[in-house]
Design a protein around this ligand. Sequence first.
Ligand SMILES: [Zn+2]
Length: 352
Amino acid sequence: MNLKSLCVLGALFCGSVSLFADRTNGKLDVYWPDVEGGAATLIVTPSGESLLIDTGMPGGRDPGRIVKLAMETAKLTKIDFLVTSHMHIDHFGGAAEVAAQLPIGTVFDNGIPEEDPDGNKADRSWVHRIKPYREMKVGSRRVIQAGETLPLIAGGGVGRPPLTVRCIAAKQKVAASNHPPTKNPLCENANRKATDTSDNANSIVLLISYGSFQLFIAGDLTWNVEETLVCPENVVGPVDVMQVNHHGLDVSNNPLLVRGLAPTVAVMSNGTEKGCGAETFATLKGTATIQAIYQIHKNLRKDSENNTAAEYIANEEKQCSANSIQLAVEPDGKSYTMLIPAKGHKRTFKSR
Ligand SMILES: [Zn+2]
């Protein structure tokens, strides 16, 4: 069923869609399309500038869903910025197909490696996998640095709170805090996992701020590097919404990070059988500040007890309608509404 036919079904649903269609409404809009266990997050600022973080897998499906959401729901005619968190195919794979359908301005990443980014030199397929990304036509390309702020032109817009997109970490380098960092007493209980030599550890970490509202997105950052964001000092500070790292896999989502960020809402880009790990789920459940956990997909593995309430799951069936999760931050940044439009779900939270 497409958006238009859903609109015919109910005024309530159309009401929530129109929240996102109007670019003069002063809201910061965030969309999580269903990319089946890959990652993609689309952000549209109150001034209409757009940022896409990761692009799911290649092969039509994921880029198709991203472009549909961008053009039909967010009413975009271009993507101003693309950030590729790291060089795994479920994060960069759809980029070239998106770029073929919607002009992309500046691409930020950690640079395109010549060989397999996980150090597997014997794997000759890397050259082919990266080719479309390397060759796609975009406005410009930049290697991002920890501490850098994305060059948004209009920010929040005239008379609105400041809007910034800051790179907190990249390639395992953490930026200096831009607020007084706080000593984190939880660090005494640090436990480490095996060193991650994959490119996940290099993931770009972004903090999107609009007034008092804060959104944290860190690709597939893994356990020991997650610790460096909050220990010995917490350089991120509390956030409102955390995109759960690495699809909710248990090699990520160190409780030190989750509790250090102390989010109100967690959003997980998981697949039917990927992510939403038992340990991660227990960490989210056990974090006192978290009021709601959203999942793109229901975890359909045997450990089905590791699922949030049905109302917070965008897609419950394996053969799904690719429902998205959305977020609209009010023009003053002081509150925000989480939506699953296809389900009529809507819940408003106060920014911290
Ligand atoms: Zn991934």
